[in-house]
Structure formats: C-alpha cells, structure tokens
Design a protein around this ligand. Structure first.
Ligand code: THU
Length: 160
C-alpha cells in the first residue's frame, strides 16, 4: 500500500481592487450575466463570463426548468456557447459569480463537479490552461490558474 497525497493551489484576493483591470471587467460581465439568470426554483443566480483569445467575451447564466435536471448551470451554458460559436478559439479565462435571493453570498463559490468536468474537456482540447476566477456576490475572489487544480484525478479521453 502506498499513500498518495494530492495538492492543489488556489489564490485568494480580498477584493476586486487587487485584480488587474481586464479581470475586473470580466467579473463585471459575469455579474451582468448573473442578473439574467433564470432561477425561479432555487433562487440561486449564477453568471459566467469567458474571455476567448479572439477577444470575444461570451456570457452564460443558469437556466432552470420545472423538470429540475433539465436546467443547466451558468458555466456550462457559457462554455458550450463558446465551443459552439467559436470552436477554434482558445479560452483564456473564466469569471464566475453566484448570488442567492435567500441569503447574501460573501465567499467564493466554486463551480459544481459537472461544470468542472465540462471545463476540463475544453482545457484538454485546447492544450492550454484556463484561468478560473470565482466569487460570491461580494467578498473575496478565488483564482485557479488551471481547471485541473479544481479537479484533481479528473477523467479524460486518455482513459477511453
Ligand atoms: N449552479 C450553477 O449555475 N453553477 C454551479 O456551478 C452550481 C450551481 C446553478 C444550478 C441551479 O440553477 C442553481 O445554481 C442551484 O443549484
């Protein structure tokens, strides 16, 4: 038997003022997207903004459904749109913000497992890391330099 330890690195910024202007801009776009979320069942609104290497910014918000599993998270709405509209473009970074109508979200809220798996697919496809910034409505912002830091031991095409 051997023990394997898995390490991961994240960076945490206390406020947006610590971030470069272009990242703040992307997070502002994520807030715009969040405000367009359709989340009447959970009251949990999520917005995602993606910067591509062709300078396009693609937005997505969560879209819920009366048949709950038919809804989709903000991150996948955005990344599938980016992949379908700009299949050759590389994703440079993604900004995510989540807020609840029921309580104030004041800490970084990471993407769910299914979204991490979906983002991982594009990181592997483009052979370049995707930076991920995520936050609540207010408070600290967390940054991962690559999706792989958020999904250690990920499943990918090399297993097929
Ligand atoms: N949600 C996202 O949009 N992204 C995540 O990473 C986590 C969850 C959405 C899905 C659902 O509409 C609501 O938040 C509550 O789970």
């Amino acid at each position: 038997m051997k023990e394997i330890k898995i390490e991961s690195t994240l960076f945490v910024f206390d406020s947006l003022s610590e971030l470069p202007k272009d990242v703040v801009y992307l997070m502002e776009k994520a807030v715009e997207a969040r405000e367009k979320a359709y989340a009447p069942y959970s009251n949990f609104n999520v917005g995602a903004a993606i910067l591509l290497d062709n300078n396009e910014v693609v937005l997505g918000s969560n879209q819920e459904n009366a048949s709950y599993p038919s809804g989709l998270c903000a991150e996948r709405t955005a990344i599938f749109y980016a992949g379908s509209q700009f299949p050759k473009a590389k994703i440079i970074r993604m900004a995510i913000t989540a807020g609840s109508k029921n309580k104030k979200t004041t800490k970084p809220i990471p993407p769910c497992g299914a979204c991490r798996q979906s983002i991982a697919e594009y990181e592997i496809k483009q052979k370049a890391p995707i930076e991920i910034y995520f936050m609540g409505e207010t408070g600290a912002i967390a940054k991962s330099n690559s999706l792989s830091n958020l999904l250690p031991l990920g499943f990918d095409k090399s297993e097929l």
